[in-house]
Design a protein around this ligand. Structure first.
Ligand code: PLP
Length: 395
């Protein structure tokens, strides 16, 4: 008789966004005349840049003509896109060659699947609060998971504890949900820890395009020693509005080894067995993101979200509400006023000003009493939501 993977029973049911949606819908049903503003979910609202749409259309046209038709793409992505990503890294001084880049259908797939190439007896370290994919994909394999506390005291940037022995370490900077970012000095500590302990860092740079400050690294590959201990994942979802289009990339330095095995080769073996690549039009669209005009156009969209973040952060400053993020990140992670719990604050905002956010405790125990707002909404709604905040919290 077939047996299922019993590790799945150790997953916590994904209550967070389901509960947010249920509570919001109940409220709407009971109050059909109220205008709800959603600053909860981390999805983008601006359309794809024109140059990206054009490139995708051109890719489609080529598929419709015999001479330019293409079948299966390369597993690791077309060279034109890998070269464009490599040049992009070069633009901020990081040397990553095109053959160290693997194109995927978004960062979530690789973030969840990379564990396939690592033994189940590795000890995993994640930060808390955390993007749940890192935790759940390891629970599915039955690995032991340790948590590094990210708190107000350490600026939501946990540093390595030499007494803790971990093999696989997940870091996300700029962070979802806290918006906190590691500095180069802090990342160097993680890199040194990983190299000293034979560990590998899985670095999620999905929000790197939101970095504005010079001392915040855009890539872990900026850090000396990272090439022997880190894998980096990035995505065009938030950078260029690809949440529905789907494209991202993973960087595995050619010299990265573990247990006597080359990690790029091992991942390539897994990839070529279970993945048949990203469609040609999407890769054309992705390459357009990295063109001069593409960068100009996507930066306009990012600037729009950054302005939203400024409006939210400015309101928190004015009201004396503590927060992190908002500067190098599309997320504002705020401390619920008056000692309210995350869900209590959620209900309070929904009830009093009809604004929806995300309760921090959904991301881990250190999220208790914290709350995430996103800057991915449209301007008018963001301004209106902050006006309502001011009316509610002005002492
Ligand atoms: N990594 C982080 C930290 C995210 O917040 C998200 C999406 O919200 C992803 C990865 C997944 O992005 P993608 O759309 O590329 O799968």
């Amino acid at each position: 008789m077939v047996k299922v993977n019993k590790n799945f029973s150790n997953l916590v049911p994904n209550y967070l966004f389901a509960d947010v949606a249920r509570k919001t819908n109940e409220f709407i049903k009971a109050n059909p005349d109220k205008k709800i503003i959603r600053l909860g979910i981390g999805d983008v609202t601006l359309p794809l840049a024109p140059v990206v749409v054009e490139a995708m259309k051109k890719g489609c046209d080529e598929l419709g003509v015999k001479d330019t038709f293409k079948g299966y793409p390369d597993y690791e992505g077309y060279e034109f896109l890998r070269k464009a990503v490599s040049d992009y890294y070069g633009s901020f001084g990081v040397n990553v060659s095109a053959d160290e880049i693997l194109i995927n259908d978004g960062a979530k797939s690789d973030a969840g699947n990379i564990v396939n190439i690592f033994s189940e007896d590795n000890v995993v370290l994640v930060t808390d609060p955390v993007y749940p994919v890192y935790v759940d994909s390891n629970i599915m394999d039955g690995r032991t998971i340790l948590y590094a506390d990210c708190t107000e005291e350490n600026g939501f940037c946990a540093l390595p504890d030499p007494s803790v022995k971990a093999d696989l370490i997940y870091l996300c900077s700029p962070n979802n949900p806290t918006g906190a970012c590691y500095t180069r000095e802090q990342l160097k500590k993680w890199v040194d820890y990983a190299n000293g302990n034979g560990a590998i860092i899985i670095y999620d740079a999905a929000y790197e395009a939101f970095i504005t400050e010079e001392d915040v690294p855009r890539s872990i590959m900026e850090i000396d020693g990272a090439r022997t201990c880190a894998i980096e994942m990035c995505s065009l979802s938030k950078t260029a509005g690809f949440t529905g289009t789907r494209c991202g990339y993973t960087v595995i330095p050619k010299e990265l080894e573990a247990d006597g095995t080359n990690i790029y080769n091992l991942w390539y073996r897994r990839l070529s067995t279970k993945f048949n690549g990203v469609s040609y039009p999407v890769q054309c669209a992705a390459a357009a993101v990295f063109s001069e005009e593409g960068q100009k156009q996507i930066k306009e969209n990012i600037a729009y979200y950054q302005e939203n973040a400024k409006i939210i952060a400015g309101t928190m400053d004015e009201l004396g509400i503590k927060y992190t993020g908002g500067v190098n990140s599309p997320y504002i992670w705020l401390k619920c006023p008056d000692g309210m719990g995350s869900w209590e604050f959620f209900d309070y905002l929904l009830e009093k000003i009809n604004v929806v956010g995300t309760p921090g405790e959904g991301f881990g125990k250190n999220g208790k009493g914290w709350f995430r707002l996103t800057s991915f909404g449209d301007r008018e709604n963001t301004v209106e939501a902050m006006k309502r905040f001011k009316e509610l919290f002005k002492k």
